[in-house]
Design a protein around this ligand. Structure first.
Ligand SMILES: [Zn+2]
Length: 72
């Protein structure tokens, strides 16, 4: 079950009547209602709900800005 934040109850609630939707930008979201007050809740799931994106390996050195080398 999906949980969302209800702005009226100011608490996390289980989304009632949750419907999974895919937005224009390819992101998935769950749209539903707060079981307490009926406020529309919206939870963005991310680009893909099933596949996790591979993390960047830690071997690479962090990107540093090019240091200014004095040209003589
Ligand atoms: Zn509520």
């Amino acid at each position: 079950m999906a949980e969302g934040y209800c702005v009226k109850c100011k608490a996390k609630k289980e989304i009632a009547d949750g419907v999974e939707e895919t937005m224009k930008n390819g992101r998935k979201a769950i749209k539903g209602k707060c079981p307490i007050c009926g406020t529309v809740m919206f939870k963005i799931l991310g680009k893909s709900a099933t596949t996790t994106q591979p993390e960047v390996p830690n071997n690479n050195p962090p990107a540093v800005p090019p240091t200014e080398t004095p040209t003589v």
